[in-house]
Design a protein around this ligand. Structure first.
Ligand SMILES: NC(=O)c1ccc[n+]([C@@H]2O[C@H](COP(=O)([O-])OP(=O)(O)OC[C@H]3O[C@@H](n4cnc5c(N)ncnc54)[C@H](O)[C@@H]3O)[C@@H](O)[C@H]2O)c1
Ligand SMILES: *[C@@H]1O[C@H](CO)[C@@H](O)[C@H](O)[C@H]1NC(C)=O
Ligand SMILES: *[C@@H]1O[C@H](CO)[C@@H](O)[C@H](O)[C@H]1NC(C)=O
Ligand SMILES: *[C@@H]1O[C@H](CO)[C@@H](O)[C@H](O)[C@H]1NC(C)=O
Length: 411
């Protein structure tokens, strides 16, 4: 909207300047036509000044035209076509952390379905670019707000995703991470209660900590160190879940809890620190792909569109207990290295280095509950998902000439 107004103003200014130039030109012409011998010197001087002004004006017009052009390139000329929903079906949906990796994909899907979206984000780890394709759309609103402070708006559903998610991000300011997951969650639960909205909390597989059971099902209570470096996040999310069920019981609210496992895809953070981003960046820059230990240890990753489908299925279901959303297919680190090397096609060698201490521990979801109650399971294969992610990283690297330090350890 603001962009549109600016554009109108610029156009209007241009128009006024054009009128001015025409009038100046006419004045000069009429003056030169009625040249009088006596006033010759004077008129000549005037004409000279006016000519100079005219040239200046012409120069300004060129500059304004250039500015207008650059402004126009920043306004998306076309939005993707969204489904039309009547007022009975159209929901007002709040997504906290909607400018982040997962949130922005959720925004895309719900926008295309035709709902009214409100994104609240403080841009700690998210960025406007992730949702710029919708800025200005009549169904879309972006609010710069920190959820540690209360928020009063009218909505029907809340997807509460705001929280830094990767270790380098949440360890950067542990106290803030805890505040976001406690005070922030209280604020969102309070909002949901006031307006009787259904609220979905994005929890994490980290609530299982360093598990002594494989795979992890929702009934497992976890094995978490309350004072370790990851505690701000793990315990923050555990309190978040506790708060959710306390509110649900005491205030008779509609709640959903998604325990999200490792996710990858376009718009994921370059410095995420995990194996997918590390390997892709190393391969794209022709650096060695470093595998710690034998490379026989496994990881499971889900593609972001699978997660988005799972979150929406959970919100639309009537299931109130926690649900694991993740991909149970395990791949060895060696497999990741080989597939990524093939997809990128560079000259990177795969190098095995000494095992790092504290190398995790498998984490693999048991998704029986999601299959049974949500009729959901992941669909995107590793090859397809990685190809899309590699394409995204290629573009990002070109844009920012990102310098990746090879010393990042695989977490
Ligand atoms: N990506 C994963 O593998 C994964 C795994 C498990 C759980 N999750 C959970 O999913 C959610 C989204 O994760 P993501 O990967 O998109 O992370 P992300 O960092 O890309 O997105 C989080 C968003 O929340 C915003 N945010 C953080 N603190 C805020 C605050 N106080 N107020 C307002 N906004 C704030 C950030 O700016 C960012 O846009 C998180 O809650 C995360 O814990 C993600
Ligand atoms: C709250 O919403 C639910 C549907 O999600 C509805 O059944 C219930 O009647 C509502 N409660 C109030 C007080 O409006
Ligand atoms: C890793 O797996 C490969 C092939 O699957 C095997 O040859 C090798 O011995 C394994 N290494 C370790 C340390 O288990
Ligand atoms: C929940 O929804 C399913 C169908 O999706 C239905 O069979 C079941 O009875 C519902 N449960 C409750 C408690 O409403």
């Amino acid at each position: 909207m603001i962009n549109f107004v600016t554009k109108l103003q610029t156009l209007f200014t241009l128009f006024i300047i054009l009128l001015l130039c025409i009038s100046i030109y006419i004045t000069i012409n009429s003056q030169t036509n009625s040249t009088n011998k006596k006033e010759y010197d004077n008129t000549f001087e005037n004409t000279y000044v006016l000519k100079k002004e005219l040239e200046d004006a012409a120069q300004r017009i060129i500059e304004l035209e250039q500015r207008l052009q650059s402004l126009e390139t920043r306004i998306p000329k076309k939005y993707a076509e969204v489904t039309f929903l009547n007022y009975l079906k159209k929901r007002r949906i709040l997504i906290t952390g909607g400018a982040g990796f997962v949130g922005s994909h959720l925004v895309d899907t719900l926008m295309l379905q035709g709902h009214d979206l409100i994104v609240v984000d403080n841009f700690f780890t998210g960025r406007k670019q992730n949702v710029e394709q919708w800025i200005g759309h009549e169904n879309f609103e972006l609010i710069h707000h920190d959820i540690v402070n209360p928020l009063f708006i009218e909505v029907d559903q809340i997807y509460h995703l705001a929280s830094p998610a990767s270790p380098p991000h949440y360890m950067q300011n542990p106290v803030k991470t805890i505040k976001t997951n406690t005070l922030g969650t209280i604020n969102m639960l309070g909002l949901a209660r006031r307006v009787n909205a259904t609220i979905l909390i994005a929890s994490t597989s980290e609530v299982y900590g360093d598990p002594d059971k494989h795979p992890q099902s929702e009934s497992y209570w976890g094995h978490v160190n309350p004072i370790g470096p990851r505690a701000c996040y793990d315990e923050g999310k555990r309190v978040s879940e506790t708060l959710t069920y306390a509110y649900a019981k005491q205030e008779n609210m509609n709640v959903r809890v998604a325990r999200i496992f490792n996710t990858y895809g376009p718009r994921m953070h370059m410095n995420d620190g995990r194996v997918v981003s590390n390997f892709i960046l190393q391969a794209l820059q022709d650096h060695e792909i470093t595998v710690y230990g034998s490379g026989n240890q496994t990881r499971s990753f889900q593609y972001v569109s699978d997660l988005v489908d799972g979150l929406i299925a959970l919100m639309e279901s009537n299931y109130t207990l926690p649900v694991n959303i993740g991909n149970p297919v395990e791949h060895t680190i060696n497999e990741f290295a080989t597939i990524i090397k093939e997809l990128v096609g560079g000259n990177s060698a795969i190098k095995h280095v000494a095992e790092v201490e504290d190398d995790p521990q498998r984490r693999k979801p048991d998704i029986a509950r999601a299959k049974k109650y949500l009729k959901w399971e992941p669909k995107v294969s590793l090859n397809v998902g990685l190809q899309k992610t590699v394409n995204y990283f290629k573009k990002e690297l070109k844009l920012f000439r990102f310098v990746h330090s090879n010393s990042v350890t695989i977490i």
